[in-house]
Write a protein that binds this ligand. Sequence first.
Ligand code: MRU
Length: 337
Amino acid sequence: MGYEIDYYNIKIDFEKNEFLVLDQKLLPFEERYIKLETVQDVYDVIKNMNVRGAPLIGIVALIGLYLGSYTDMEFLKKARPTAINIFNYFNELKVYLEKRADHHKDYKELVRSFIIDILKSEYTKNLKISQNGFEILKKIVNKERINFLTHCNTGSLATIGLGTALGIIKYTSSEVLRSGGKVFVWVDETRPYLQGSRLTAWELHKEGIEFKIITDNSAAYVMSKGLVDVVCVGADRIAKNGDTANKIGTLNLAILCKYYGIPFIVAAPNSSIDTNLSDLRDFEVEERQKDEVIKIGDIPITRQDYEVFNPSFDITPCELIDYIVLDSGVYSKPYNF
Ligand code: MRU
């Protein structure tokens, strides 16, 4: 059955009023889709992380506004509050609707065309990020074999198109292959939700890019052995000074890179910049449920009555970030977005 829009991780048919998202909780074992019929369905798939990754949750939230109404914005923003994408897309939609005097009457039609525009531009932006990332890598890693280390999942599952940090890795792989070079990726498993060992590994395997999964606490060891040329990660929110919120564990990597002199790159679309915040020093990231830590899936891995602290993201201060790669270009310190 064909869909009007099919990016694999999300399938949309406005004519048939059919909206499907790939259930990322079941990967890499099973590829099954969840049907979204109500705004509550949308809230649930975001909250429960069946869909995740800052750009994708922003797009799925827009579908929530299509299925529900304009007044559902505040409800949907609460599902995953750290990534700025939901907030930015909603603000853009507000402006888009306000420009059209008859927006009450044509609400659905306008949201539909807004979503289609966003999907197209996200695709193009990811390609631009990937190309920009490759350009800077050519200058800073002068080797035939480039050993990346990445954290979480920032690929086609989390975005529309190639991805951000993982987009750079895939693009670089296809470019260097042509000249006899090679890309290798250390994949941080990314506790507790395992976006690395389940999702990034799944994407790299599909692409035929060589990789090895490591536990998050192995990063220092592989770096100390000279086995990492560059670390490339994504972002959920970037402040004007370059401070970056990303998956918990990103800060550890940035600190390690400083010690070992390894370039640390953050990749994101320009829409990940929070123009209201000068820095993220006091930014509160979301804390998630304890089950993610004391269980893997449904399987208990420790006593269920133990206390847990489970911050989902951490903040990497701008001084630890060597380059921020956006769709608009490559930036280095001092950042001033
Ligand atoms: O909790 P998640 O899986 O939504 O966290 C995802 C990340 O931290 C990604 O690095 C970020 O959203 C960028 S995805 C292009």
